[in-house]
Design a protein around this ligand. Structure first.
Ligand SMILES: Cc1cc2nc3c(=O)[nH]c(=O)nc-3n(C[C@H](O)[C@H](O)[C@H](O)COP(=O)(O)OP(=O)(O)OC[C@H]3O[C@@H](n4cnc5c(N)ncnc54)[C@H](O)[C@@H]3O)c2cc1C
Length: 324
């Protein structure tokens, strides 16, 4: 039986949560189909992440150690992945749908002759056929897609599955990799963090998102306070990005980021389909809106109908005490 290979992304010195979700799902499919599940890590200290990958279900962890991988340049990543894929000959390649993976998925698929199912919300493999569901038309509909190609590349939306560690311990294999920097026609000079010291939206477990109902700097201060108390990343609807109250990098939705935290606060957000497309995968959604008929309440787990300027100070105080 051909194997499944999971590409693990490293960020801020750890394996991304979305990668561990992809690995957990691959391990479940591997068990059901008796397919070995392997992982590949490309990083200056790739081997240091191997044990964790093993504990999430990787039978073998292929480690490519080179500082070039920390520079987030596509060419070496493509070369590294192609090397490992040619070596292990997987039927299914799975990666979290990160910006870096989206950047290379097309080129990789061409190199390794794979059918590509990008940005899926669920996937399975039965009798060698890969099936998936992916949100289309601003997540209004789900498209079911099937590929019986000999090799399939799937990229998985964050939050689609829960990452679960097991008692497994994978075997580590160091893959020799040397990169001649003279081969690069483009280099990355610097990554400028737009979020400063705040939590990364796409990996955050708690997100506090603000909409037009937050109105101004005093509303934003209440949102910032809630985020600080709960250790949340701050998101926003397009309406408040357009007014300049929040940066464009905070925008969540069809033309912004897709998030899937355990807890999502929607403050003064109406719940337009284009916004919901980016947050409907959140596990628990708490909406505060003064309009009881706002569509956000259709997707909310808990709804608070009222003025966020009155509710937030009370909520912040209560949470501060509860979490102290
Ligand atoms: C092609 C396209 C792509 C788009 N992409 C995105 C996207 O990626 N992300 C996105 O967010 N939008 C996107 N939009 C815009 C989207 O359609 C909505 O216009 C936008 O999401 C509305 O933002 P909002 O909910 O903050 O504002 P509004 O729709 O104006 O809603 C404000 C809400 O706040 C409530 N409110 C007002 N005052 C208070 C108060 N004091 N207390 C509590 N509640 C209050 C109101 O009842 C209302 O429900 C896109 C639109 C298009 C056409």
């Amino acid at each position: 039986m051909k194997c499944i290979l999971v590409v693990l992304s490293i960020q801020d010195g750890k394996i991304k949560r979305s990668s561990l979700e992809a690995l957990t799902r691959a391990a479940t499919i591997g068990e059901a189909t008796s397919s070995p599940v392997h992982a590949v890590i490309m990083h200056s200290s790739a081997a240091s992440f191997a044990a964790e990958a093993g504990s999430y279900g990787a039978d073998t962890v292929f480690c490519l150690s080179d500082r070039i991988f920390d520079a987030h340049v596509n060419t070496p990543v493509l070369a590294g992945l192609t090397t490992v894929i040619n070596q292990v000959d997987p039927k299914l390649i799975v990666a979290a749908s990160t910006e870096s993976i989206k950047d290379i998925a097309g080129a990789l698929a061409i190199r390794i002759d794979a059918a590509t199912l990008p940005d899926v919300a669920s996937f399975d493999m039965v009798d060698g056929t890969v099936t998936c569901e992916r949100p289309v038309m601003a997540a209004k509909m789900m498209a079911k897609t099937t590929s019986a190609h000999s090799r399939v590349l799937v990229t998985l939306r964050s939050g689609s599955y829960e990452a679960k560690a097991s008692s497994g311990a994978g075997k580590m294999v160091e893959v020799p990799f040397e990169w001649d920097t003279n081969l690069l026609s483009a280099t990355l000079k610097e990554i400028i963090s737009t979020t400063g010291n705040t939590v990364d939206l796409s990996e955050a477990k708690v997100v506090v998102a603000a909409g037009r109902g937050v109105k101004d700097a005093s509303g934003k201060a209440l949102v910032d306070e809630l985020a600080s108390i709960t250790g949340a990343a701050i998101g926003a609807s397009r309406a408040v990005v357009e007014t300049g109250l929040f940066p464009a990098t905070a925008q969540i939705g069809q033309t912004g980021k897709v998030v899937s935290p355990d807890l999502y606060f929607a403050i003064g957000i109406s719940g337009a389909i284009q916004h919901v497309a980016g947050m409907s995968n959140s596990r628990v959604i708490v909406a505060i809106n003064k309009d009881a008929d706002a569509p956000i309440f259709d997707v909310a787990t808990y709804g608070l109908v009222g003025d966020c300027f009155k509710i937030l100070p009370l909520l912040n105080d209560a949470l501060r005490k509860a979490l102290a």
